[in-house]
Design a protein around this ligand. Structure first.
Ligand code: PRT
Length: 106
């Protein structure tokens, strides 16, 4: 179920990117440029963090949706897809974050 809405949203975002900024938020944000999309993503991340610190479960749910939506808009702007992200997560599967950090050169 969750996977379906993400795939659907990704398709809709790709379709709307070149739409009318007067009627589409995706088109409007895309038109404002990558730096603006990235700024929005950062703002939504901070709002999600604040909701969590405030123990606001409903708030975090809404902010998480905003965060994921804006991440998808940014990925589309970079011509990246959820499949690219899935591939990276699959590459990491089973590798402990503790072990990965210890193996880093820096
Ligand atoms: N999931 C979302 C979604 N989540 C959040 N938002 C919008 O993200 C915006 C964030 O609000 P803000 O006040 O932070 O942004 P802002 O008004 O640009 O503020 P400034 O940065 O200009 O100050 C709001 O307008 C929300 O409605 C979304 N807009 C669209 N979608 C999905 O994207 C689809 C396509 O949307 P359109 O491109 O608008 O047709 C929709 O059918 C939805 O499924």
């Amino acid at each position: 179920m969750a996977d379906d809405i993400l795939a659907t949203l990704e398709t809709v975002i790709r379709e709307r990117r070149t739409g009318d900024p007067a009627t589409s938020y995706v088109a409007k944000l895309t038109h404002r440029g990558r730096a603006k999309i990235a700024q929005k993503l950062g703002e939504e991340a901070v709002e999600a963090a604040i909701a969590a610190v405030q123990d606001d479960r409903a708030g975090l749910t809404g902010e998480a949706a905003d965060l994921i939506f804006h991440l998808l808009v940014l990925l589309a702007d970079m011509d990246l897809t959820l499949d690219d992200v899935r591939a990276e997560l699959e590459r990491r599967e089973g590798v402990s974050g503790i072990d990965e950090k210890a193996a880093r050169a820096d």
